[in-house]
Design a protein around this ligand. Structure first.
Ligand SMILES: CC(=O)SCCNC(=O)CCNC(=O)[C@H](O)C(C)(C)COP(=O)(O)OP(=O)(O)OC[C@H]1O[C@@H](n2cnc3c(N)ncnc32)[C@H](O)[C@@H]1OP(=O)(O)O
Ligand SMILES: CC(C)C(=O)C(=O)O
Length: 513
């Protein structure tokens, strides 16, 4: 198997993502994690960009052991000197210098001829080489440059001392097969290439960054430049975790491997997302929330019988939890029964059928079915008994500069009508007090959640409550377009469960004194 070097540029190109700026402390924190991930090279920054960045690169170079530490520099004297000052204390310090080679960049941006750019590239590599034996040269916008001219430039910089030549697809323009052909062409036409590391640096403007990197490896590249979660300039860079896992899962096809510590992949992704503030999309390969989640019944049944039916990677390998079964409208009976078992419910066939039918009804209304929903389904549908108290009437008076007051009327199973009035800190508190006091109980409300089942201001509000009384927790649920009514129904459903086990002492008319 060919060894592929992983050059991580999260702290340099990744930081070029619009809106991202990492301070010294944050860069160090990420660099420590990249070292645990066991990347081969950390590009820590572009020291000429700002004194803060130079300081951060210096801190990374001083502290991090293991990976080589690299700093970026334009083909300019001051850039190269500042880059060297920043990385000189690293175990393996790399200066990465670059100049554009495409006619578009030469004409419009640098205003240099091809000959002048080539001369400047050679000069820059020699300058960097006077500081460190490890010099990488990038021909910016290589994939839109003349291949013949590229070969000339790379041959010249290798002669000048470059130890790595990098082929950046700066604007994400190339396609996978062209990338493979380009690497094969350079392998044939660049003098001295056999003694250098051949690197690629792919951007994701057309969503091809990972595919281009993989095809470059097939063409003969020995290093990939990439970022955690694929962050970077514009649409980002090739995602490290995707390249590494593609090589791992399809090792027999690529005949190439990295030295990445797979166990650290997920943790690194989380850390980078947190510190950069760049959220990972749920369906992102390898590290997205849904990457190992199964919602469809047929898939859930498959993975319950054998994980390999619908998973090509083991989530635990990359430091994630095992497969997640998400219950929703597409789920089937196998996954439903498994989840109930995990919650400690062992239902008969008939009970399971009843609960499953109720679950499907609810799943049609709600996107996410939670464990609390399942508990409620089981307790309401399976262990359901006659309701002892039914809500007949609730009226609340609330607003600002007013003492919230609730009047509640209940109908009891024995035919009695109970009525209570109470005040509270809000309308729900007032209604709950009215009910508890008229029933002569004082349970603790340990949990109250309110959410809308669908969108818009006319949505159904759903309330789930857990009350604690007599050393037991009772769960109740209520839904209504009026959130106060939903809250009262939820409370009453929990109290009915309590009343089925314990005799209550209702007062016919409760009036707060
Ligand atoms: C493809 C890439 O990702 S390259 C890295 C891109 N990253 C960044 O640019 C982030 C950090 N950049 C910065 O902080 C600033 O741009 C600096 C400090 C580098 C330069 O700032 P300024 O001196 O104000 O120049 P500015 O950014 O406006 O313009 C870039 C200058 O560098 C020149 N330049 C660009 N690339 C190179 C290069 N590889 N070698 C030499 N000169 C270059 C441009 O031609 C332009 O020169 P000009 O002023 O003579 O026209
Ligand atoms: C400096 C080079 C490698 C770069 O970031 C690019 O071309 O995208």
């Amino acid at each position: 198997m060919k060894k592929i070097l992983v050059f991580d540029t999260t702290l340099r190109d990744g930081e070029q993502s619009p809106g991202v700026a990492l301070n010294v402390h944050e860069k160090l924190e990420i660099a420590r994690q990249l070292a645990r991930l066991n990347v081969d090279i950390i590009e820590a920054g572009f020291p000429i960009a700002s004194p803060g960045d130079a300081e951060a690169v210096k801190a990374v170079a001083r502290e991090i052991k293991g990976p080589a530490i690299c700093a970026l520099a334009r083909a300019k004297e001051k850039d190269i000197e500042v880059a060297w000052e920043s990385i000189r204390y690293a175990e393996t310090p790399i200066i990465h210098t670059f100049i554009a080679t495409s006619d578009i960049h030469l004409k419009h941006k640098l205003r240099l001829s091809r000959e002048q750019a080539l001369e400047q590239a050679v000069w820059a590599v020699k300058k960097a080489k006077s500081f460190t034996p490890y010099v990488e040269f990038s021909a910016e916008d290589a994939t839109r440059s003349s291949w013949e001219y590229l070969a000339q430039v790379y041959s010249a910089v290798i002669e000048a001392g470059a130890t790595t030549i990098n082929i950046p697809d700066t604007v994400g323009y190339i396609t996978p097969l062209e990338m493979k052909e380009l690497i094969e062409y350079l392998l044939k036409n660049v003098k001295g290439i056999e003694k250098t590391t051949i690197s690629v640096h792919c951007h994701n403007d057309l969503g091809l960054a990972v595919a281009n990197s993989l095809l470059a490896i097939q063409g003969g590249a020995t290093q990939v430049e990439c970022t955690i979660n694929g962050i970077g300039e514009r649409a980002g860079n090739a995602a490290l975790e995707e390249i590494v896992m593609a090589l791992h899962v399809r090792g027999e096809f690529f005949q190439a491997q990295t030295d990445i510590n797979y166990q650290e992949i997920y943790r690194t992704s989380r850390l980078v997302s947190q510190l950069t503030g760049m959220l990972v999309q749920p369906n992102k390969a390898v590290v997205g929330d849904n990457a190992f989640a199964h919602e469809s019944g047929i898939h859930q049944d498959g993975v319950l019988k054998e994980r390999l039916t619908y998973e090509i990677m083991d989530a635990r390998l990359i430091g994630r939890q095992e497969k997640v079964l998400v219950l929703g409208k597409h789920s089937g009976r196998h996954a439903f029964a498994k989840k109930l078992e995990e919650l400690g419910y062992h239902l008969s066939e008939e009970e399971l059928n009843k609960a499953f039918a109720r679950f499907k009804q609810l799943a049609d209304q709600k996107k996410h079915i939670t464990e609390a929903d399942l508990e409620t389904i089981v307790s309401e549908e399976i262990t359901k008994q006659e309701e002892i108290y039914q809500l007949d009437f609730v009226h609340v008076c609330s607003g600002n500069n007013i003492l919230p007051t609730a009047t509640v009327r209940l109908k009891a199973a024995d035919g009695q009508t109970l009525e209570g009035v109470a005040t509270g800190v809000g309308p729900v508190d007032a209604a709950y007090k009215a009910i508890s006091k008229m029933l002569g109980i004082s349970p603790d409300l340990v949990n109250f959640t309110l959410q809308s089942i669908s969108g818009g201001t006319e949505a159904l509000g759903e309330v789930l409550v857990r009350i604690f009384g007599d050393e037991k927790v009772y769960v109740g649920r209520g839904s209504s377009q009026d959130v106060v009514v939903a809250s009262v129904m939820a409370y009453l459903s929990a109290i009915n469960k309590m009343a089925q086990e314990k005799k209550l002492n209702p007062q016919k008319d409760y009036q707060e004194s």
